[in-house]
Design a protein around this ligand. Structure first.
Ligand code: SAM
Ligand code: SF4
Length: 335
């Protein structure tokens, strides 16, 4: 620990920054976006240079892990320039990991360049192996394109973790198949509970919610899930599937509260810093970024924000709370 470390009021070291580099996406997943999303005007969006300045300020202040997300990070024009620039912090040793969460649609184009920029592993979101279901869930996505992307990632030598949102009545009959397939491909897998973020249509959330405690109990009748204390600095709890040797993680924001070990904050593509995924409080970093070429104001704004990181969140999905806990869509903060 150095004196530069950021420590919040609850003694948590802030070492992980997630950066949403765009609010746009080439998919319209039903749990994430409305079909007719209104996107942000360009003037509100940080330039690639501003994103680099902001992320690099966090690295200077103690962040060791950067994850780019979105929207779909790989649809941002010239995003590789940002990724290559951020890769310099890996070279100097200031950063332990630079990574990405992607829907996989652009991996054929970018996998090799991501590896060359210093990425070692990426998260790819994939909820189903059924092409029709895939089209229904993502509205605009095509499964073969993502499967080609995954192959490109493997060929480039990127380790892959698949993220699957568990959706009742949609993909809950496919978890066994996904576990088996990930075993064959050499991918880890993480199941995610659907979270109440953003308005996506009447009643949709209640219908989709599937507690992972139930999923896990059912999986145990078919697979041997060995407990591990493996952590990636994220909120997932991991098991190892003995039959495949691959990790299987569970992210359960609703049934398990993981706030006590939260080490992360989230920056949106407009320069808004969210100190907690489930709370409204935020800090504007765009104004200090644009106010001067020096980073003095920026660093002060970051420190002031960390000093008021809230203790935790309180997501609830039940009939009395059918409205989203926070009104912004997941594509704003990138999950
Ligand atoms: N477009 C990229 C992707 O899909 O991986 C990155 C951004 S996406 C918002 C990040 C992750 O959030 C994806 O794994 C997605 O499935 C997940 N996600 C989106 N909306 C969600 C929700 N309401 N509840 C739980 N996870 C959600
Ligand atoms: Fe796009 Fe990812 Fe949201 Fe799907 S989950 S709409 S791919 S941002």
């Amino acid at each position: 620990m150095s004196h530069m470390d950021m420590i919040d009021p609850f003694g948590r070291h802030i070492t992980y920054l997630r950066v949403s580099v765009t609010d746009r996406c080439d998919f319209r997943c039903v749990y994430c976006m409305a079909e007719d999303m209104a996107f942000l005007p360009k003037a509100d969006i940080l330039t690639l240079e501003e994103l680099d300045r902001a992320a690099s300020a966090f690295v200077r202040l103690g962040v060791r892990k950067l994850r780019l997300t979105g929207g779909e990070p790989l649809v941002r024009r010239n995003v590789m320039a940002l990724i290559r620039a951020l890769g310099r912090h890996l070279t100097t040793g200031a950063l332990d990991e630079l990574t990405l969460t992607t829907n996989g649609s652009q991996l054929v184009k970018y996998a090799a360049e991501l590896k060359a920029a210093g990425m070692k592993r990426i998260n790819v979101s994939l909820d189903t192996l059924d092409p029709e279901k895939f089209a229904t869930i993502t509205r605009w996505g095509k499964l073969p394109q993502v499967l080609d992307g995954l192959r490109a990632a493997q060929e480039a030598g990127l380790a892959v973790k698949i993220n699957t949102v568990a959706l009742k009545g949609v993909n809950d009959d496919e978890f066994d198949r996904l576990i088996g397939w990930c075993g064959e491909q050499g991918f880890d897998l993480c199941l995610i509970e659907v979270m109440p973020m953003g308005e996506i249509g009447e009643g949709a959330r209640l219908d989709q919610y599937l507690p992972l405690s139930l999923v896990r109990a059912k999986l145990k009748t078919r697979w041997t899930l060995d407990e591990t204390d493996y952590r990636t600095g994220g909120p997932a709890r991991y098991t190892v599937v003995r039959e495949t040797g691959r990790k299987l993680g569970f992210i359960t924001p609703l049934t398990h509260n993981f706030c006590e070990s939260c080490n992360r904050v989230r920056l949106t593509c407009t320069g808004t810093l969210y100190m907690c995924l489930g709370q409204q409080d935020a800090a504007d970093l765009r104004a200090p970024l644009r106010a001067s070429e020096s980073d003095t104001l920026l660093d002060a704004a970051i420190r002031a924000a960390i000093a008021r990181k809230p203790k935790g969140h309180d997501f609830v999905i039940d009939r009395r709370h059918a409205a989203p806990a926070v009104p912004r869509h997941m594509s704003v903060t990138g999950g």
